[in-house]
Design a protein around this ligand. Structure first.
Ligand code: JDK
Length: 277
């Protein structure tokens, strides 16, 4: 996979040299190219921002440097990368007003040979850039969560890591992602329960007896109950959205103990609480 990143803070992307993503690059599984947006400015001050039309606070990123940068990236042939194969990249634009970044979107992006990320600063990029490249590329405006960051670089680190670990051969078998919470179809969309390792006693705290029992049926049931309890506490929206057909009799008993009741449609809710759609 090829990934291009255009930013005014190339050093912010240094973590892409480390750990899983860094190793994938070193192995040649991932070709990451970070570009300094200011190399496509032509004034003495390398200006990338200007005041917003219509007034209001803050500054907006000028369209011209983005246009020159993206045109350059889209036409850098001379090798046998995806552009040579005539592939059109996905343009991923981090923004607080984008579609949510989910595991499903990570999987979709991981299946494409070429991603171009445009992390902005200030109040974002002049809309015409997204319009212009929307006619030539698959543009995805993406939010990594409901909070406001100062720029799109941290979201790029998040998204590249989530995508890279899905690439064939990047994760070893020991850390394979078949059981990921949120992986489509995994564990009926429940959060994972707690995990333990050696030593068997630490600061007076032992290991839940059932995990030492060797009784695989009881261990699986205990883990399932832990997953249900944690999901109930931390993500009640996932319980409310849960397909009742994905739950067995024991699951339903555990949820009842956690205060959940089944409605006439079979869905789970808590007495006195409204359903979030
Ligand atoms: C890219 C610039 C900062 C600050 C306007 C928005 C409602 C108006 C942009 N998930 C997520 N969070 N934050 C980002 C993200 C922030 C970015 C950029 C991504 C580029 N910023 C910024 C303020 C506004 N403000 C919230 C009120 C817009 C992605």
């Amino acid at each position: 996979m090829r990934i291009d990143v255009v930013t005014i803070f190339p050093e912010y992307l240094e973590p892409l040299n480390v750990s899983l993503v860094g190793k994938a690059r070193a192995r040649g599984q991932l070709d990451v190219r970070v570009h300094d947006l200011r190399s496509w400015t032509h004034d003495r001050h390398h200006t990338v921002d200007d005041t917003p039309y219509g007034g209001g606070p803050g500054m907006v990123m000028k369209p011209e440097p983005w246009g020159e940068a993206l045109d350059h990236i889209l036409t850098t042939g001379g090798d046998d990368g995806p552009e040579a194969a005539g592939e059109r990249p996905v343009l991923v634009v981090p923004t607080p007003s984008g579609e949510p970044f989910t595991q499903e979107l990570a999987v979709e992006l991981s299946e494409r040979p070429w991603l171009v990320f445009t992390p902005a600063r200030y109040e974002g990029i002049d809309r015409r850039v997204i319009e212009e490249y929307g006619e030539r590329l698959d543009v995805r405006e993406v939010s990594i969560g409901d909070y406001v960051l100062a720029g799109g670089e941290a979201p790029v680190l998040v998204m590249v890591e989530a995508v890279a670990r899905l690439l064939p051969g990047v994760l070893g078998n020991a850390e394979s992602h078949r059981d990921d919470s949120f992986a489509p179809g995994a564990m009926a969309d429940l959060l994972e329960g707690p995990v333990f390792t050696k030593p068997p006693e630490w600061r007076g705290r032992g290991i839940p007896e059932v995990l030492l029992s060797g009784h695989h049926g009881r261990i699986a049931r205990w883990r399932r109950d832990q997953a249900l309890a944690r999901t109930s506490a931390n993500r009640p929206d996932l319980i409310a959205r849960c397909d009742p057909a994905a739950l067995d009799k024991r699951d339903r008993a555990t949820l009842a103990e956690l205060g959940w009741q089944q409605g006439t449609d079979g869905r789970f809710g808590r007495p006195g609480e409204a359903v979030e759609e």
